[in-house]
Design a protein around this ligand. Structure first.
Ligand SMILES: [Zn+2]
Length: 303
């Protein structure tokens, strides 16, 4: 059985696995992401997963962005010790294998398309709604990465051209309405407060309040769901994805997010091909990016 080495690099955790052509992981491991010398931790994780295991043919890396595919370098927002870090070349040197790189949200989309909620779909948009909003596109089965590797940044599509400034410098980005911290911020500004004894206001507590019918919490998810629906309708109109898979911590809110999202999409979308899009919740969860990194490596071996 042939294998590839899949690697998922995030601000809190490094993960790696040997994955076969069917998507089964034979060996896997994780490490907390250290503040400094991330490469040493990654090297030891790679050794743990590959040592004594079946040989790998290629390596696929999903990494938090931003990244630059032209140079194979990454500058993850939550990893200050990596700025313009040549992760692709470093891993290639270490493993002596062909190595490919993509963003972690792009790998999420690829993973859900290969083994998760988007299995069998022609073209798919994957959205990770968490501290920020990331995304990735799979078009006719292949990842759409773009010349610098930054295609699919749907969290920074504007759904209000006269809206407030976003942290990216743009205006009216969907992230400013629908990410976890922005849902919570809006709810707090509009009079919601978490129950006494709660550690701190966050999207998980807000989702619990919405599920219990607290009106401001419900309104926060209505507003966030509507922003996501606007972005989804625009994306479907542009590239005709048939399926949207939503993951990330905020997606665990379940129907308090997905019901208003579906209602808003019904209101916003016009053309039949836009209205036909299917919205699904992630089934792979935190494993999606690693699965996608494996799929990226498999696609590279057959390219
Ligand atoms: Zn933005």
């Amino acid at each position: 059985m042939n294998h590839v080495l899949a690697i998922d690099i995030g601000g809190t955790k490094l993960a790696a696995a040997l994955v076969d052509e069917e998507g089964s992981a034979s060996r896997s491991g994780t490490r907390p992401t250290p503040r400094t010398d991330v490469m040493a931790a990654l090297a030891s994780l790679i050794e743990e997963v590959t040592d004594g295991g079946p040989p790998a043919q290629a390596v696929g890396i999903g990494c938090a962005g931003p990244l630059d595919l032209a140079t194979g370098t990454v500058s993850p927002v939550n990893m200050p010790s990596w700025r313009g870090f040549p992760v692709r070349d470093e891993v290639q040197k270490l493993t002596e294998l062909p190595t490919v790189l993509a963003g972690d949200a792009q790998c999420f989309a690829l993973g859900e398309h290969w083994l998760g909620a988007g299995r069998g779909s022609t073209s798919l948009l994957g959205i990770v709604v968490s501290t920020g909003i990331g995304g990735g596109l799979v078009i006719d089965g292949a990842p759409l990465l773009g010349p610098t590797g930054n295609a699919g940044h749907v969290g920074h599509m504007s759904i209000d051209v006269n809206g407030e400034r976003c942290t990216c410098g743009g205006r009216g980005c969907v992230e400013h309405y629908a990410s976890g911290p922005n849902l919570t911020r809006w709810a707090l500004e509009n009079g919601w407060s978490p129950a006494a004894g709660a550690d701190k206001a966050d999207a998980r507590l807000l989702a619990e309040a919405a599920a219990a019918g607290e009106p401001v919490a419900v309104a926060a998810f209505e507003r966030g769901g509507r922003a996501l629906a606007g972005m989804i309708a625009s994306t479907v109109a542009a590239v005709e994805v048939t399926t949207v898979v939503v993951g990330g911590g905020v997606s665990a809110a379940g129907k308090v997010l997905f019901e208003p999202l579906a209602r808003a999409l019904d209101d916003i979308a016009g053309f039949a091909f836009v209205r036909a899009v299917e919205i699904k919740q992630s089934t792979l969860g935190v494993r999606a990016s690693l699965a996608g990194a494996a799929n990226l490596a498999w696609q590279a071996t057959t390219a």
